[in-house]
Every structure is written in C-alpha cells, then in structure tokens.
Design a protein around this ligand. Structure first.
Ligand code: SAM
Length: 293
C-alpha cells in the first residue's frame, strides 16, 4: 500500500506570497516565473490530462510546486524538472509528504526524456504537464515532438496567442511552423482560457491550457521527416516571400530553383504560391518529391 499524500494547498495568493517570503525567494523574470494562485486551474489541468493513479507524469517547471502538489495527489509517480536551483529548497519544503514526487534540478532541454520514460514507465507513453515559461514554449514543444519520446499527451499552459497558433490551419494569420509541427504529431485542443489574475506576478497577456493528444503514429506518411521540418521552417521564415523563393533562399536546403519549381508544380500548386497556404499533406508531398531528387 502506498502512503497517502497531503492535500494540495499552494494555489492561493497569500500562501504563495508567504512561501516566497519564508524562503526569501526573488522571482526570476529570465525564467518566465509566474506562479499559479487559482485552484480552479490545476484542477482543470488534472481533469483535462485525465491524470489517474496509473500515470507517471513529467512536469516541466514546477516553480514552488503548486501544480506538482495536485499531480502528486492524483498520479502514481511524478518527476518535476526545474531549472532554477534557488527553487529546490522551496520545493523540498512544499513537497514534504509527497513521496511519489522526484524533483530534478535541470534544464528540460538537457534531460534525456526517453531514458526517463524507460525507467519510470517501462518505455510506455507518458503524460507531460507544464505551465510553460513563455520565452521557451516553442523550443520545448518542438523538442518533445521531434525527439519521438513516447508521449500520450502534453497538457500545457501557454500564452493564448501560442495556443491559437497550435490549433490554426492554412490561410489563418496564426498558421505557422508550430501549427504544422504540433499537428503532425498530435491533436491540439484548447481546454481552458486563463486570465492574468490567476498568476503571481500577473503576466501581461492571457493564457490558455492546451491538450495535445499524441497520434499512435504521425498524421501523414513522409520519407524524410527531417527534410519535412526543414521545408516547413524555411517556408515560414520568410513569410512574405513565395514558397519557391523561401525554399531557394534557405541555407538549410540544397535545392536549385528549377528543382523546387518542378516539385511545386508536381503537387498542383502555382509557382507564386505562398507556404502559408499549404496543408501538412501538401508539405509532405513536396518533401517526398524533393527527397527523390
Ligand atoms: N508550475 C509553476 C506554477 O504553475 O505555478 C511555475 C510555472 S512558471 C510559468 C515556469 C517555471 O518553469 C518556473 O519555475 C521556471 O523557473 C521554470 N523553467 C524555466 N525554464 C525552464 C527550463 N528550461 N527547464 C525547466 N524549468 C524551467
């Protein structure tokens, strides 16, 4: 029998301020620190992520442990990765009694998540939960997706505008490399909108919780996945250029103008087409044609 864990108590402005004062902790803007102070938000995240006693959960950026307490109370086991070493003594304090939680002081981009999933979940798909620092949202999501770590779902708090980008499709002003990367691996769904007053300090912009549910395999078949992502990045790096010019000017791509024009024509698009109008399937077809050259 596992021991019962305490009830979460941190999602509250007075308690959060008291914890920060007790530890003489100074909020670090460079790490995007905005701590949750509204209990409804972690409750919604637990519900949206469908966290049960069967789950191993990776939490990115536990902060003072607000979401972590809810995860500890609901999951089988939690690993929380926090970059700021000044938060480690705070977490030792706030996570007392949460015996199923392990804290790692590291940059999430340097953690071998595949190894972690192997050790903690026998290599089975894991759930990831995070209230992400806004400055590093896209690199974290992209690296989780592109690393092919077995992931069942990622439930993240992000800037509302980033949540919109994840969900949008061709023709929308929000459509970009992040939309395509996310939609290649997962089905994105905004599950809650969160106003600035749910955080301490308050961010300048609204936030949203997005659940990314991983597909069993990628949504489209493509021969060279790395090439697909290079094409996508090149197309959106120079958004106002035509697709042909965007791909031709990219230092990441070795193709001549003639080769690019032939591939664009072969997918049935005019040579003046812009990348932002292509679907994921069309980018995959283009990648397959160019990989043959
Ligand atoms: N989860 C807490 C909450 O909801 O109250 C804190 C969220 S705060 C927006 C983001 C947290 O991520 C901070 O604690 C910050 O120090 C941490 N962080 C920032 N960059 C990180 C990185 N590269 N790897 C791990 N943690 C990071």
């Amino acid at each position: 029998m596992s021991r019962p864990v305490p009830r979460p108590y941190l999602a509250n402005a007075q308690i959060t301020k008291a914890v920060l004062d007790r530890h003489k902790f100074t909020i670090q803007k460079k790490y995007g620190q905005n701590f949750l102070i509204a209990p409804s938000v972690p409750e919604e995240i637990i519900c949206a992520a469908g966290i049960t006693r069967d789950d191993f959960v990776l939490e990115i950026g536990p902060g003072i442990g607000t979401m972590t307490q809810y995860l500890g109370a609901n999951a089988r086991e939690v690993t929380a990765v926090e970059i700021d070493r000044m938060l480690i003594p705070v977490l030792e304090d706030t996570l007392q009694g949460y015996h199923n939680v392990e804290v790692i002081n590291e940059d999430i981009l340097k953690v071998d998540i595949r190894k972690l999933a192997q050790e903690k979940n026998q290599g089975c798909p894991i759930k990831v939960v995070a209230n992400l620092p806004y400055y590093i949202t896209t690199p974290i999501i992209m690296s989780l997706m592109e690393s092919h770590v077995p992931i069942e779902s990622i439930t993240v708090m992000v800037q509302k505008e980033v949540a919109d980008r994840m969900q949008s499709g061709p023709g929308s002003k929000d459509y970009g490399a992040l939309s395509l990367a996310v939609q290649y691996f997962a089905r994105p769904e905004i599950v809650a909108e969160v106003p600035p007053n749910c955080f301490l300090p308050q961010p300048k912009v609204g936030s949203a919780v997005v659940r990314l549910t991983g597909y069993a395999g990628p949504r489209v078949m493509v021969r060279d996945e790395a090439l697909l992502f290079r094409l996508i990045r090149a197309s959106f790096n120079q958004r106002r250029k035509t697709l042909v010019n965007g791909l031709k000017n990219s230092p990441e791509l070795p193709f001549s103008k003639d080769e690019i024009e032939a591939a664009v024509a072969a997918i049935g698009k005019p040579l003046a087409v812009r990348g932002e109008t292509l679907t994921l399937e069309e980018f995959a077809a283009l990648a397959d044609l160019l990989s043959e050259r």
